[in-house]
Each structure stands twice: as structure tokens, then as C-alpha cells.
Design a protein around this ligand. Structure first.
Ligand code: ZN
Length: 395
């Protein structure tokens, strides 16, 4: 990527009312970081969120999807409503940053920057409540359990959008390796669907010195792994994205024993739902036929996970235009390359129109890494963006 950050350009675009309170929000972000909480256990975090929203005059609903919180602010007579979402949970990762505000909970860490996402939305919430420069309804959605892919679905199941109807919903994620405060928008699939296949190759065990009396599942597994590479290279349209990764293989206990079975685990990703269906058909067919060719048997447990994050074009273009007008061409890519990771915001986009965008975290360690830390320099630009987006959408 050949883009460069222009710190002065960002600084001049920051909403002064947000800049004035930045120290408070940096301290808040570090407080969230120090006390991370796992999926559906975000009790302290959501209590803090609810307390702050209430103090700024929001109507606050707690207990949606357990620890989820929705803050509602109405202004004027406008009939439109916007939803802005932040995820709140941390990860079962041991923190290795050595920072003064590092996690106080052993083995739990904000290694995906959700501490920052909450803070960005709160910084925007405070400012929007103070200025109320909009006409309509603002719903701030603080979601639990993104990391286990369950929070968004549970909020929807508990009637999120029936209770808090919106015309569009937006979310953001920080992204390491992208210049600090740089905004990326993807019209269409922004992140991949992620499915899993658990495969058991069953042969016939025996002595390693008498292979003719066995059906060797290790040999079958080896052929299978090679054959699986043909799915992406020979079945999927080369203009489409697909990933088939064999991430785990387990079988056997000794050099001179041919085991009874071998277990494989695959992660399977794509952007296009039609490609996803093709993979779901082709992988079990190939695995079963390949095993049969060696006289073995294969059991395939194919588990559908998150769908792809399918951004709606009009809402994405609208959000990108807001960012371009606010920060200028050097800070915004309206045609950012999609990411092959996944996000349960995908479910919100199946229910409502909207878009998920990326904000550069600078040259940090990668997400889900013990050395990662959210970059506090994103708080002001991203909160400014949420503010402008709300004001323009509800104008
Ligand atoms: Zn995340």
C-alpha cells in the first residue's frame, strides 16, 4: 500500500468538541484495556457504558443479549434512525505488551481493539448529546461476544431491530498495518464467511511392518490434503476469492503402528455466497471419494460459521463520502481491499442495510496477538467520523 498519513490534515479535521475531551477518553480506553472481559461476561464494561450514556442524557436499555447495551437519543421531528455499533469483548490471550495499563486478568486481553471501538463510540456519543446537531433517532449498539460469533445473532434474536428500528446500521474495525487514522470502505463483501470442516479418515490399523494387512489412514490423509488444494485452483472461478486451509492434522502414536484413524480440521472462507455453497458441496464429495479410492472411509462434519460481511453499496458510498468530505483524499480509500478475516457484524447486515468500515491502527502487532495494542490516535478521527456520519444521515 502506498498511502501516507498526514497528521496535520487529520488534526484540522477533528471536531474541536471531541479533541477537548480526548484525555478523558484515552484514560477510559486504557481502563477498559486494563479490565478486559470475555464474551457474554462484559459486566463491568457494559455497566460503565450504561452509566456514561445515562449521564449524557441517553435513554439506556441494558440486558439485551445478556451484557448488551443500547443507548438511544432522539432530537427534532425527523423520522429517520441510524444505528452505530461497537463490540465489547476481549480474548482468551495472554497479554505481552508490558504496558502500564496491561490486563489485570491473567489470560484475558483486549487483543482486537474492542476497548478502542467502545471508546470511539462513547466519545462520539458524548459529543452528539452535547451538540444535538441532528434531526431523528440515534441508536448506539454496544454488542457483547463478537469474538465467539454469537453476540450479534443473540441481539437480533432478542428483537434488537424491532425494539430499536434503524434505516441503516454502521460498524467499524481498527486494522493494523494500515496508516493511523486512515479510513477504508468496501462496497460489497468486506470480510469473508468462515466455515469449518472436521474430517475423520477411518482406515484399518495394524503393525507398521505389515501395511498390506491395513488400510493406512495417514497415507489417505496425505493424498486428501493434496487433493483439497484442487478445490480452490480447479473448482472455484479464478475471479473469486476462496480459502481452504488444513490447519490441524492428528493421527498415530508410534513409528511402527498404523493407526485406525486420522483427524483433520479445515477453515474454509469466501466472499461470495455462491462460492460458499460450492465449497460446502465440493469438499465433502472430494473427501469421501478420495477416501473410498483407498478403501478407507471419511466422515465429514461441515459446520457453517459466520456469513461474509456484505456491505450495502449505497450506505457504503454514503459513509465514504462523509469521510472524504471530512478528511480528504489522502486519508480515505473508498475502494479498500476486502479482508479475509470475519466479523459477526455480518448478521446485522443481513437484517438491515448498512456498512462496516476499517480504520488504520498504524504499524502495530496484528489482531489477536499478545503484543497488540489499540492505537489511541484513532479515537478522535473515528469519533469525528461517527459524529459527521450521524449528522449527515439524520439531516
Ligand atoms: Zn475484533
Amino acid at each position: 500500500m502506498t498511502v501516507h498519513t498526514h497528521p496535520t490534515a487529520i488534526a484540522s479535521a477533528i471536531e474541536p468538541g471531541i479533541a477537548a475531551h480526548l484525555d478523558t477518553f484515552v484514560a477510559l480506553r486504557r481502563d477498559f484495556h486494563r479490565y478486559p472481559e470475555l464474551a457474554f461476561r462484559e459486566a463491568r464494561t457494559s455497566a460503565k457504558v450504561a452509566e456514561l450514556l445515562t449521564s449524557w442524557g441517553y435513554e439506556v436499555t441494558t440486558g439485551i443479549a445478556g451484557t448488551g447495551v443500547v443507548g438511544t437519543l432522539r432530537h427534532g421531528a425527523g423520522g429517520k434512525a441510524i444505528g452505530l455499533r461497537a463490540d465489547m469483548d476481549a480474548l482468551p490471550i495472554h497479554e505481552e505488551t508490558g504496558l502500564p495499563y496491561a490486563s489485570e486478568t491473567t489470560g484475558v486481553m483486549h487483543a482486537c481493539g474492542h476497548d478502542g471501538h467502545i471508546t470511539i463510540l462513547l466519545a462520539a456519543a458524548r459529543h452528539l448529546a452535547e451538540t444535538r446537531n441532528f434531526d431523528g433517532t440515534l441508536h448506539l449498539i454496544f454488542q457483547p461476544a463478537e469474538e465467539i460469533g454469537a453476540g450479534a445473532r443473540r441481539m437480533l434474536a432478542e428483537g434488537l431491530f424491532e425494539r430499536f428500528p434503524v434505516d441503516a446500521v454502521f460498524g467499524l474495525h481498527n486494522w493494523p498495518g494500515v496508516p493511523t487514522g486512515y479510513f477504508g470502505f468496501v462496497a460489497g463483501a468486506a470480510m469473508a464467511s468462515v466455515d469449518k470442516a472436521l474430517i475423520k479418515v477411518v482406515g484399518k490399523g495394524g503393525h507398521g511392518a505389515a501395511p498390506h494387512e491395513t488400510v493406512d489412514p495417514i497415507l489417505v490423509a496425505a493424498h486428501l490434503i493434496t487433493a483439497l488444494q484442487s478445490v480452490v485452483s480447479r473448482n472455484v472461478d479464478p475471479r473469486q476469492m476462496a480459502i481452504v486451509t488444513v490447519g490441524s492434522i492428528h493421527g498415530g502414536t508410534a513409528a511402527n503402528v498404523i493407526p485406525e484413524s486420522v483427524d483433520l480440521q479445515l477453515t474454509i472462507r469466501s466472499f461470495d455466497p455462491a462460492v460458499r455453497q460450492l465449497l460446502q458441496r465440493r469438499i465433502p464429495d472430494l473427501v469421501e471419494a478420495q477416501a473410498a479410492a483407498f478403501g478407507a472411509m471419511a466422515e465429514v462434519d461441515y459446520r457453517l460459521g459466520l456469513p461474509s460481511v456484505a456491505n450495502h453499496v449505497a450506505e457504503t458510498e454514503f459513509a465514504a463520502a462523509v469521510a472524504l468530505d471530512t478528511f480528504g483524499r489522502n486519508q480515505v480509500d473508498p475502494a479498500f481491499p476486502p479482508r479475509t478475516a470475519s466479523e459477526d457484524f455480518a448478521y446485522f447486515l443481513e437484517a438491515k442495510r448498512g456498512s462496516s468500515l476499517f480504520v488504520g491502527n498504524g504499524q502495530s502487532a496484528s489482531l489477536h496477538n499478545g503484543a497488540y495494542d489499540f492505537n489511541d490516535a484513532l479515537i478522535a478521527p473515528a469519533a469525528t467520523f461517527w459524529t459527521r456520519l450521524t449528522e449527515r444521515f439524520l439531516s
